[in-house]
Design a protein around this ligand. Structure first.
Ligand code: ATP
Ligand SMILES: O=c1ccn([C@@H]2O[C@H](COP(=O)(O)O)[C@@H](O)[C@H]2O)c(=O)[nH]1
Length: 241
């Protein structure tokens, strides 16, 4: 199946992917490889902004399950995304890309605060804007952040680069016979309670007509392939054809 091609893209970069083959933290080689693919996409003419997850370092729900207060755990998760954002920025700048990190939790000595109009201006000037600290609010995720920022930045689509190659009828890491969709509607993802992204992110994208392409970013070269509308991925959109 060929998918449409899009021009202004929000890339949701899984935190978990940044740990490479490790079990925790940031693997510099993986960050460099992913940054190289982002730089190449920029060079190819795509307008890009990035939301980085934090699952390689800390997830609020996991922290709460171990006894942390949920809101504190979520703030810890958001701070984890700032570390990832700085790592990606560093790798991109080594490659000569002009970037800005904007954090939803202001930390003036580290990066810019999130200011939508400034972010738009950065993109107009050809900079890659990396959004850190999620929405700045506990009880959300970076998937919802991606949906929110994509709407705010007028993006044509979200590309969710993760560790699975699309949306399945059940979690493929838990159900070996699960089958992958080439395309699926937002409503079906919600009705079937498919967990590849959280429901608030799906609903926000549905209501703002922002398609989501879910693809495996662990596979080298895959970002260019899926941006070209090719390769293995699932597109989530309003209508199933
Ligand atoms: N129906 C489904 N189809 C595909 N993946 C699913 C499904 N249900 C659950 N998943 C799981 O969703 C995960 C991807 O989303 P998740 O939010 O956990 O991570 P992420 O956003 O990629 O990264 P992180 O939270 O580390 O930043 C996959 O690893 C997969 O196991
Ligand atoms: O708006 C947000 C975004 C994220 N969080 C917390 O950060 C972690 C890491 O994000 P992932 O999306 O899981 O990669 C998340 O588990 C939340 O605890 C948040 O509170 N608000």
């Amino acid at each position: 199946m060929t998918r449409p091609s899009f021009k202004r893209i929000l890339l949701k970069l899984s935190g978990e992917v940044l740990m490479g083959s490790g079990q925790f933290g940031i693997d510099p080689e993986t960050v460099d490889r992913v940054a190289g693919e982002i730089a190449a996409a920029k060079e190819a003419g795509f307008e890009l902004c990035v939301v980085v997850g934090g699952g390689n370092i800390f997830r609020g729900l996991a922290g709460a399950a171990k006894g942390f207060d949920r809101t504190s755990a979520d703030y810890m998760g958001m701070l984890a995304t700032v570390m990832n954002a700085l790592a990606v920025q560093n790798a991109l700048e080594k490659m000569g890309c002009d970037t800005r990190v904007q954090s939803a939790i202001p930390m003036a000595s580290v990066c810019e605060p999130y200011i939508r109009r400034k972010a738009v201006r950065h993109m107009e000037k050809g900079r890659i804007v990396i959004f850190a600290a999620g929405t700045g609010n506990p009880f959300f995720t970076t998937d919802t952040t991606a949906a929110l920022r994509a709407a705010e930045m007028n993006c044509d689509a979200i590309f969710k680069g993760t560790s699975v190659d699309g949306v399945y009828n059940a979690d493929p890491k838990k159900v070996p016979g699960a089958t992958r969709y080439d395309e699926i509607s937002f409503d079906r993802v919600l009705n079937d309670n498919l967990k590849v992204m959280d429901a608030s992110a799906i609903a926000l994208c549905r209501d703002n007509h922002i398609p989501i392409v879910v693809f495996n970013i662990r596979e080298t070269g895959n970002l260019a392939t899926v941006l070209a509308g090719q390769g293995v991925a699932t597109i989530v959109q309003n209508q199933e054809s």
